[in-house]
Design a protein around this ligand. Structure first.
Ligand code: KG4
Ligand code: ZN
Length: 339
């Protein structure tokens, strides 16, 4: 079955086509139009600009995806679209486009949760992957642990109480003068510094909870930068990047380990934009090797927002009979009423 996946929840517009059945997970096209250069001028995503930019490209990239896959709309078995969570105006562009396309061409319409889509990237990366497994979603908006019971049933067992890991990377990146988003640049810079140079508070909350809090870490790093500036001292950005990254990676690895202990899962999936972080991937690899657990980390191209992951998640929703009609709406929050 061919599924068209549409993504417009934040600052990437994407249209993709996957070919999936009970065994097959193949990406035929995955066109991503990034708005990063536009938002860079403002140091972060400007929601109104994001919505307009989605409107400008969504038709063109959908056509491009069909052309790349060598398919016509009449070949498409389902249209999957990200409906939540995300920026409401940005989401509505994808949702309304998907609704019109589905209605005009009589194609089944499927609503997809963006977080579930990030996890679904793992099925494309590893076609033999089957639930149950533990999923760690680390992105610009989320730092959460889920028990994935089956392809469409997620149980959140841990989450951040405030900021997400990606936000924490981007914030410090911005303060030390890196272009938005700072995550990937900090990843590289961290190799040039000493991870023990600064002692920073761990975002892994103590206790039995599988909970994170990144606000204390962010404040501590900002205080270090500000006090160095006030004293006229130069603080090594490489040392800060290394210590900051090390603190985040240790905390996430610790909680992932605790979650594996709790659930007894033998597979860990890591997903979301921050799953591209090379230090985190290496640390999770060590954690999993030590426990004989299989780590599934999608290639970098499938970690950030893309339509292929939406199409993959949509395939499973379609198989589960979760179809939507033209009353489909979008929601900024993790929860959405109706489908
Ligand atoms: O999943 P994503 O593309 O969008 C959301 O759903 O939020 O994640 C974007 C986040 C940004 O915060 C970005 O800085 C971060 O992923 N990111 C990274 C790396 N590559 C992207 N963070 C750390 N290391 C990286 N290599
Ligand atoms: Zn995302």
């Amino acid at each position: 079955m061919y599924v068209l996946g549409l993504e417009s929840s934040c600052d990437e517009t994407s249209a993709a086509i996957v070919s999936m059945d009970s065994e097959k997970r193949e990406i035929l096209a995955n066109i991503v139009a990034s708005q990063i250069e536009t938002h860079r001028l403002y140091g972060g995503v400007v929601p109104e600009i994001a919505s307009r930019a989605h409107v400008e490209v969504i038709s063109r990239i959908t056509r491009e995806a069909l052309e790349t896959a060598g398919l016509a709309l009449s070949d498409i078995g389902a249209i999957a679209v990200t409906t939540h969570p995300g920026l409401i105006g940005a989401l509505l562009v994808g949702v309304n486009f998907a609704k019109s396309l589905a209605f005009a061409n009589d194609i089944p319409l499927v609503s997809v949760n963006h977080i579930h889509a990030h996890v679904a990237a793992a099925y494309l990366a590893n076609p033999t992957l089957r639930p149950p497994f533990l999923a760690l979603v680390v992105s610009g908006g989320h730092t959460s642990l889920y028990r994935v019971h089956d392809e469409v049933t997620f149980e959140e067992i841990g989450a951040t109480r405030d900021d997400a890991a990606g936000e924490a990377f981007d914030k410090i990146g911005r303060v030390i003068g890196m272009p938005y988003p700072g995550g990937a640049a900090l990843d590289k810079l961290a190799y040039e510094g000493d991870p023990k140079a600064f002692k920073l508070p761990s975002p892994a909350l103590a206790g039995d909870d599988l909970a994170f809090s990144f606000s204390g870490l962010k404040t501590a790093a900002l205080n270090l930068i500000n006090s160095a500036t006030q004293k006229g001292e130069t603080l090594s950005h490489a040392d800060l990047a290394a210590s900051y990254t090390d603190t985040i990676v240790r905390a996430i690895t610790q909680k992932a380990g605790e979650a594996l202990d709790r659930t007894g899962d033998r597979t860990l999936v890591v997903a979301g934009g921050v799953a591209a972080n090379s230090h985190l991937r290496a640390s999770l690899q060590r954690l999993c090797e030590a426990r004989g657990v299989k780590l599934v980390a999608p290639p970098i191209s499938l970690c950030g927002d893309n339509g292929a992951m939406v199409a993959a998640a949509g395939y499973f929703e379609h198989q589960a009979g979760h179809l939507s009609d033209t009353s489909l709406n979008a929601s900024a929050s993790d929860l959405m009423q109706g489908r």
